[in-house]
Design a protein around this ligand. Structure first.
Ligand code: 3UK
Length: 534
C-alpha cells in the first residue's frame, strides 16, 4: 500500500522553541520523574534534564552574556551533560553548533570561524583543542572538568529557579550541523526549530513508531545528526528513555542492550557486522547463550531479545548484513538514508515494507526522484542522481556549494540510485565514486556486497584505481575474518566468487588484504584514504 502523508499535516505554531516544546510535552504527559537519560555514571529524569538545562540557560545569559542568535559550540561525548548543554543553549535562544568529537584545534578553528561561535562548551579533553584553536572572541568553558569556572560547577551555584525559555520562531535557526563529509572544507548546515520536530513527525512517527516504554541506544555521536535524532530527539519526542554511551563500540552496544533491556538501536552497517561477528564467536566458544548464533529464520539471541527496532544509516546496508542480523536476532533492520543537509532520514524501509538491500521508499512527507545530469527524469531501473524534497531543506552557511546541492527546488544528495518499478530505491554509489572501467560503469558498493557474501570476508571497500589500459581498475580492499588465510589462493577464490554472483566484468582485478578499513568516526568508509593505501 502506498504510504501517504499530508504535508499540510505539519503545521507548527509561529512561536516555537523545540527544546522547550520537547521537554514541556513529555513532562506534561508523564511527569518530571520519568526516566530520560541513562549513562554509565548516572540516570537523569525528564525533570533533571529540564532543571539542568534551565541552569545552563541562566549561566549562558546571566554570566556569559549570550543573547538570542549567538552561536554556541557543543563538543562532548554522548552524555547527559552534553544533552543538557544542547537544551540549555536552545532555551536561551542560542544556536547550537555541533561537530563530531575528537576534532583537532585547526578543525575547531575552521568551524568556529565559519559559524562565528562566541562560546564553546567542551568536555574535558576537547577543551584543550578548543583553547588551542585561539579563535578571537570565543570563550571556552569545560563541562564536567574541575574548577570554579566549569559549567557544571557554575550550574550548582545558580540561585535562580526556572528559566523563562526564549520565545523563538519556528523558522529561527536552532542549530548549525557540520557535515561529516570525508573531503573538503566543512560545511555548516542551518536547521530551524521546526526542522527538529519535523524529523520526529515524519521518520520517527511514521517509520520508527517508537513507544513511551522504549529504551533507545546507539553508537553515533550526538554531534552527528543521525545520533542527535536517534538518541535524543526521537526518544524524547515519545517520552522514552535513552542510554548514552561515551564509546559506542560493538562490545559496548551489546553490553548496553542486555543490561538496560534496549528496544531501539541506532547504528551503522559496520557495527551490525561487528556485533554479528562477536555473537558468532561467542556461540562458537560456548560462552554465549546456547540459542545464539546465526542460523534459523527469525531465531533470536536471548541476550538481544528486548530489541524491537534497529535502524541503520550512514552507508548502504548490504542485503547480506540485513539477512544475517535477522537470522541472529529476529529483527528486521530499518535501513534509511539521511544527510546532515536534511537533518535526518528521508528514504527508508518501513517495518513490514522491507526489500533487503534496498533503502526503501520515501519517508511520508518526502518526495524522491532520479534525474540525469540535465535534471530530466530517468526511467525506472536506470541509475541516476537522487534528488529529494520535503519538510527540511539544505541551507549551507555561507558556502557556494549551496547551488550544487539545491537546484530547482530539489536537494541533490550526491548519490547515484536506481528506482525500481515498485518505487523502491536502490543505492549504487556516491556519484563521484562510480568506477568507470573499460567504458563500464561499476558501483563499488555492489562489488563490496558480493564480497561480503563470502564467509571469509568481514569488511570490503572497492574503488577504481588509475589504470593505463582500462582507465580505472576495480580494486578491492578486504578485511578477512581472523581465521581466514591471506594469499593468492584466497584472491583467486574471491574473484571467482564475485564473478559467479554479479556480472563478471565487475570483479575486482586487484585484491589487497588489510587489517582494517579507514572510516570516519560516524562509520563511513573513507574511499580517498583507500587510494592512499597503495
Ligand atoms: C550516505 C547512505 C546509502 C549518502 C545521516 C542518517 O549519513 C548521514 O549524514 P552525512 O551528512 O552523509 C550523507 C550521505 O551518507 N548515506 C547515509 N545513509 C545511507 N547511503 N544508504 C544509506 N542508508 O551518501 C548520503 O548522501 O554524514 C544519516 C541520519 C542523519 C544523517 N546525517
Amino acid at each position: 500500500p502506498e504510504l501517504r502523508f499530508d504535508l499540510d499535516g505539519l503545521h507548527y505554531p509561529d512561536q516555537l522553541n523545540c527544546a522547550g516544546h520537547l521537554l514541556d510535552t513529555a513532562i506534561a504527559a508523564y511527569g518530571p520523574d520519568r526516566k530520560c537519560l541513562i549513562s554509565n555514571a548516572e540516570t537523569w529524569t525528564y525533570g533533571d534534564l529540564d532543571r539542568h538545562s534551565d541552569q545552563i540557560a541562566h549561566v549562558l545569559t546571566a554570566e556569559l552574556g549570550v543573547v538570542p542568535g549567538n552561536r554556541v559550540l557543543i563538543c562532548g561525548p554522548n552524555s547527559p551533560w552534553t544533552v543538557a548543554c544542547w537544551f540549555g543553549v536552545l532555551k536561551a535562544g542560542g544556536v547550537v553548533v555541533t561537530v563530531v568529537p575528537l576534532l583537532r584545534s585547526e578543525e575547531i578553528a575552521t568551524v568556529a570561524e565559519i559559524a562565528q561561535v562566541s562560546v564553546a562548551l567542551c568536555a574535558p579533553g576537547c577543551d584543550e583543542q578548543a583553547s588551542l584553536a585561539g579563535v578571537a572572541g570565543m570563550r571556552v568553558l569545560t563541562v564536567g572538568g574541575k574548577g570554579p569556572e566549569d559549567l557544571v560547577e557554575r550550574c550548582s551555584r545558580v540561585a535562580a529557579g526556572e528559566f523563562d525559555t526564549v520565545r523563538t520562531s519556528q523558522d529561527d535557526v536552532a542549530m548549525i550541523a557540520f557535515t561529516s563529509g570525508t573531503t573538503g572544507r566543512p560545511k555548516g548546515c542551518l536547521h530551524f526549530h521546526r526542522d527538529v520536530l519535523a524529523i520526529a513527525d515524519t521518520f520517527a512517527e511514521h517509520v520508527l513508531r517508537a513507544r513511551p516504554d522504549d529504551v533507545f541506544t546507539g553508537s553515533p555521536p550526538l554531534g552527528f545528526t543521525f545520533g542527535l535524532g536517534g538518541l535524543v530527539i526521537f526518544p524524547l519526542h515519545v517520552g522514552a528513555s535513552t542510554v548514552l554511551l561515551e564509546r559506542g563500540s560493538p562490545e559496548a552496544l551489546l553490553g548496553a542492550i542486555e543490561k538496560h533491556g534496549v528496544s531501539v538501536l541506532f547504528t551503522a552497517p559496520t557495527a551490525y557486522r561487528a556485533m554479528l561477528a562477536m555473537l558468532e564467536s561467542d556461540s562458537r566458544s560456548g560462552d554465549g547463550d546456547s540459542s545464539s548464533g546465526g542460523s534459523g529464520e527469525g531465531g533470536g539471541d536471548t541476550r538481544l531479545s528486548t530489541l524491537r527496532r534497529c535502524v541503520s544509516a550512514g552507508e548502504a546496508l548490504p542485503g547480506e548484513t540485513w539477512r544475517a542480523w535477522h537470522a541472529a536476532t529476529g529483527v528486521k533492520i530499518i535501513d534509511g538514508i539521511g544527510a546532515t543537509e536534511l537533518l535526518h532520514i528521508f528514504i527508508s524501509a518501513a517495518d513490514d515494507d522491507i526489500r533487503p538491500g534496498s533503502t526503501g521508499r520515501p519517508v511520508p512527507g518526502w518526495e524522491a526522484v532520479i534525474l540525469d545530469a540535465e535534471g530530466n527524469p530517468v526511467p525506472d531501473g536506470e541509475p541516476g542522481l537522487l534528488a529529494v524534497r520535503g519538510p527540511v531543506g539544505c541551507r549551507y552557511l555561507a558556502d557556494e556549494r549551496q547551488s550544487t546541492y539545491v537546484r530547482h527546488g530539489w536537494n541533490y544528495t550526491g548519490d547515484t540510485y536506481i528506482r525500481d518499478a515498485d518505487g523502491y530505491f536502490w543505492y549504487q554509489a556516491r556519484s563521484d565514486d562510480m568506477i568507470i572501467s573499460s567504458g563500464y560503469n561499476i558501483a563499488g558498493p555492489e562489488v563490496e556486497n558480493a564480497l561480503l557474501r563470502h564467509p571469509s570476508v568481514l569488511e570490503a571497500g572497492v574503488i577504481g584505481m588509475p589504470d593505463a589500459d582500462r582507465g580505472q581498475l576495480v580494486t578491492a580492499f578486504v578485511v578477512l575474518r581472523p581465521e581466514a588465510a591471506t594469499g593468492e589462493a584466497t584472491v583467486k577464490e574471491l574473484q571467482e566468487f564475485v564473478k559467479a554472483r554479479i556480472a563478471p566484468y565487475k570483479y575486482p582485478r586487484a585484491v589487497h588484504f588489510v587489517p582494517a578499513l579507514p572510516r570516519t568516526n560516524t562509520g563511513k568508509l573513507q574511499r580517498f584514504k583507500l587510494r592512499d593505501l597503495l
